[in-house]
Design a protein around this ligand. Structure first.
Ligand code: PGA
Length: 259
């Protein structure tokens, strides 16, 4: 089966501290990325207050803009929340949903389901994060991922599969420097595919990208593509270092063009 064009998303999380620094970081990423046409789709998920400024610095739209989270309601009395129409109006075309750092702050599968519904309805891409907190030798972590996945898929009709990306992010690998082995990543990719095929049938595999996140660096990106066979990455810490981030993108690109 033909491989997907890779997708690499930089998740800046709650960084950097000021709009000035965000501007500088984005301009460096833009410069490092250069002008070449690439198969790889590159996206940056900046904090919500910086997205419109970054949109202004991105007239060519060569870098897609993503949100890090939404609240599912569109407008109203929800102090502190950011809605999908707000992010869409400043240029976001994808939203990360169900990141483990949001789940750790109380977000449930039921909340995530509502977020995905609202994203899918608005023709925006949902990058749904799933992943276990720890690995046990009996393989119970597969049921953890399966439950998160099934709850998310319930919000996505077959006709909207194009808007779905699954990010496998084992929680123990996020920000820790520990990466899942490429073999483990590949096994989990196959498992996620099995659940997706069970719900939508085999052709769905051509549509849904499965990416990996958790301590992705320039040194492990290539092997994660090659043996992990993922369709790209969700990059946290390394996305704040433009040269490192571009090296990861280049690894994805090199693999995709040689595969
Ligand atoms: P990390 O974060 O690359 O810093 O491990 C990944 C993520 O949280 O998406």
């Amino acid at each position: 089966m033909k491989a997907h064009t890779p997708l690499v998303i930089g998740n800046w999380k709650m960084n950097p501290a000021t709009v000035g620094e965000a501007r500088k970081l984005f301009l460096e990423v833009r410069k490092e990325l250069g002008r070449k046409m690439r198969t790889t789709v590159v996206a940056v998920a900046a904090p919500a207050p910086f997205i419109s400024e970054i949109e202004r610095l991105n007239p060519s739209q060569r870098i897609a803009l993503a949100g890090q989270d939404i609240f599912f309601e569109t407008t109203g009395a929800f102090t502190g929340e950011v809605s999908l129409p707000m992010l869409k109006s400043v240029g976001a075309t994808a939203i990360i949903v169900g990141h483990s750092e949001r789940r750790a702050r109380g977000e449930t599968d039921a909340d995530i389901y509502k977020d995905i519904l609202s994203i899918i309805k608005a023709n925006v891409t949902a990058v749904v994060c799933v992943g276990e907190k720890e690995r046990d030798s009996q393989g119970n972590f597969y049921s953890v991922v399966e439950a998160q996945l099934r709850s998310a898929l319930a919000a996505v009709p077959k006709s909207k599969l194009k808007q779905l990306v699954i990010a496998y992010e084992p929680v123990w690998a996020i920000g820790t420097g520990k990466t899942a082995t490429p073999e483990d990543v590949y096994e989990m990719k196959l498992f996620i595919q099995k659940v997706i095929v069970g719900q939508y049938g085999r052709p769905s595999l051509k549509t849904v990208r499965i990416i990996y996140g958790g301590s992705v660096k320039k040194d492990n990106a290539e092997i994660l593509m090659k043996i992990g066979r993922v369709d790209g990455f969700l990059v946290g810490g390394a996305s704040l270092k433009p040269k490192e981030f571009i090296a990861i993108i280049n690894s994805a690109e090199a693999y995709a063009t040689n595969a």
